[in-house]
Design a protein around this ligand. Structure first.
Ligand SMILES: Nc1ncnc2c1ncn2[C@@H]1O[C@H](COP(=O)(O)OP(=O)(O)OP(=O)(O)O)[C@@H](O)[C@H]1O
Ligand SMILES: [Mg+2]
Length: 262
């Protein structure tokens, strides 16, 4: 299962990726986290690593080399990529959880981020997960990744919505863009301060035909962990993420049964 996590800037995408990845890893699933955000670089810390992996962009020769290769049919020579085939300097791993990073913008005037988009799209397309493996893809903020086709190989799009009008507006756009690519979208309400606010936001999303898979409370432990760059593996938000994962897994079972019946 390849799951992308997207939404408005600051809505909690990286937090939800971390919570879901840690929960899935604790339950024994082989987990891959793909850092697809070319601007922010703190995901490795949230996942408990001391340093980031070397970006996959370096594996294909860097941004300038990739720009040239972009005219060729494929930037990766192999038809499929498994996690085991990625050289160790391009991954960070601990007990069944692996982190890879596509690439970061490092210098001013280094040119557009198109090569990252191409690499990301190809990597996700060619990525072959092990049995029961789950990949969580931390997307850049907003909607550009749909334009770049990064979501093409994604099985499920998780939309993170925080209690703000802007976040609902972005959610509506993502609903339409994902539908245009025949991708299933489900929302996670994040940073919910109370039951009343959660119900109000649920109403706003339901009236826009956006399905909701779970709610993550506003949790001071998350805030502290993000502030201090500590790993997120406890507290009420962590437990709520367990329920979101249950929902994702049961939906996946239903899809698998439908496929096997067909
Ligand atoms: N459930 C939560 N409870 C409390 N605070 C939260 C929660 N989720 C996120 N936050 C706060 O919101 C901030 C932004 O979260 P996060 O970095 O996950 O957002 P993002 O969508 O990945 O941002 P960006 O668009 O910059 O990548 C965090 O630093 C944290 O302080
Ligand atoms: Mg982020």
């Amino acid at each position: 299962m390849k799951i992308s996590i997207c939404g408005k800037g600051g809505s909690g995408k990286s937090t939800i990726v971390t919570l879901l990845a840690n929960t899935a890893q604790e339950r024994g699933f082989p987990v891959l986290v793909v850092d697809s955000d070319e601007s922010n670089s703190g995901l490795f810390r949230m996942l408990g690593f001391e340093s980031p992996p070397v970006p996959l962009m370096e594996l294909v020769g860097g941004k300038a080399a990739l720009k040239k290769k972009m005219r060729e049919p494929s930037v990766f020579e192999r038809p499929e990529i498994t996690i085991e085939e990625i050289p160790s300097r391009y991954i960070q791993s601990r007990d069944g959880l692996v982190l890879v990073s596509i690439g970061k913008i490092l210098q001013s005037l280094e040119g557009c981020a198109c090569p990252m988009g191409v690499l990301d799209r190809e990597f996700l397309k060619k990525l072959r997960l092990s049995k029961n493996g789950i990949a969580f893809v931390d997307m850049e903020a907003g909607i550009e990744h749909f334009g770049r086709g990064i979501d093409e190989a994604i099985d499920k799009v998780i939309l993170v919505v925080e209690p703000s009008f802007e976040s609902v507006t972005v959610a509506e756009k993502i609903r339409d863009l994902a539908a245009g690519m025949n991708k299933e979208v489900t929302a996670v309400l994040n940073k919910m301060p109370s039951e009343e606010v959660a119900q109000k936001l649920q109403g706003e999303l339901k009236s826009r035909s956006i399905e909701i898979i779970g709610t993550i409370p506003n949790d001071p432990l998350v805030f502290d962990a993000c502030l201090e760059g500590r790993v997120l593996d406890q507290g009420k938000a962590f437990h709520a993420a367990g329920e979101v994962l249950d929902g994702l897994l049961s939906e996946n079972m239903k899809i698998a049964k439908t496929i096997s019946r067909a």
